[in-house]
Design a protein around this ligand. Structure first.
Ligand code: NAP
Length: 295
């Protein structure tokens, strides 16, 4: 029997099933295991090779399959968001009455919608850990990825209180701040601060590659400014295409505003209005104050 303190601290989540053992699933597994050495992390993935890598790297303790989900205290789903939407109802069918399913997907409206009327909706918690890198797969998993980062939790009131309490304790223990939002609000805001950044990095990379593909030497001139701005263009298309698809209307709105700003900048250049260009940049320097303490 776990002690009262163990229950309070979420340690009674002994069997944790990680569905998806890439950057996010693998990194969560590392941190949860570090803080709770007694838990057993069971890994589930499409490809056996991925699971073998996760096992060899020590991200998971055991390989498992979807048929084992009934034994789970906690299931963490960290696979592309279209796959999450397809799999979630089945997972809720399979999980025990005391088990909790959480997802780490970068969109929240479609994911919350697909389970809204599921009889076990109270065994699901929707979240989005705002942490990551441009790398993917089990080899990208790193310790401490979530320390000091925000975990956005949606529709918390729809999850059984004792399950949400255990899960939130687990994520707080690995260093995360919890913030609550509704799924639509999450998707609207994240389109600006994450999805648009990825599109602009992909298109910056494309612009330079298209222009410079026959001049490899030019990349010797690419300083840290280019490297840091284009970093996100290394991200996985398998993960990002379903995100853009699920958040299409918000993403299009951000793109319209971004394209307007680029068009205005171009017009100022064409008009030799460098005073206005200076002011545009000066006003945008305010981003330093906004981001101070965040990154
Ligand atoms: P990842 O490193 O590419 O790992 C994806 C995992 O999902 C792998 O284990 C892969 O296993 C599996 N997978 C891929 N396609 C699948 C499919 N169609 N059906 C079932 N499984 C599939 O991706 P990640 O960065 O960890 O992202 C996982 C989730 O976290 C996504 O929902 C993403 O939106 C969210 N997220 C990402 C970030 C970020 O910065 N990367 C941040 C926060 C949240 P196999 O090799 O066996 O296919």
């Amino acid at each position: 029997m776990p002690s009262f303190l163990e229950v309070r601290r979420g340690f009674c989540m002994k069997n944790i099933y990680a569905i998806g053992v890439g950057l996010i699933g693998g990194s969560l597994a590392i941190d949860i295991k570090t803080h709770n050495p007694d838990v057993v992390i069971h890994g589930i993935s499409r490809k056996d090779a991925t699971l073998n890598t996760a096992l060899a790297l020590g991200l998971i303790d055991k390989k498992a399959t979807l048929d084992d989900i009934e034994h789970a205290d906690l299931v963490i789903v960290s696979i592309p968001v279209d796959a999450t939407v397809k799999l979630l109802p089945t997972l809720l069918d399979k999980v025990s009455d005391d088990g909790l399913v959480v997802d780490a997907g970068s969109t929240k409206a479609a994911i919350c919608k697909v389970v809204e009327n599921h009889p076990k909706r109270r065994n699901f918690l929707a979240m989005h850990p705002i942490a990551g890198t441009e790398h993917s797969g089990p080899t990208a998993a790193i310790a401490g990825l979530f320390k000091g980062k925000t975990n956005i939790v949606c529709e918390v009131e729809k999850t059984t209180f004792k399950l949400q309490e255990k899960a939130l304790q687990l994520f707080t223990d690995i260093g995360m701040r919890i913030r609550y939002m509704n799924p639509e609000e999450h998707d609207r805001h994240i389109a600006y601060v994450s999805h648009l950044s990825h599109i602009s990095a992909f298109m910056l990379g494309k612009t330079v590659i298209d222009k410079e593909k026959n001049e490899r030497d030019i990349f010797d001139m690419a300083g840290s400014g280019f490297a840091s701005t284009v970093r996100l263009a290394k991200s996985s298309p398998e993960m990002w295409t379903p995100i853009f698809k699920q958040n299409k209307s918000n993403v299009i709105e951000t793109l319209e505003e971004y394209i307007n700003n680029l068009t205005r900048f171009k017009a100022l250049m064409q008009d030799d209005d460098f005073e206005a260009i200076f002011d545009e940049m000066k006003n945008t320097n305010h981003i330093k104050d906004i981001l101070n303490g965040i990154i």
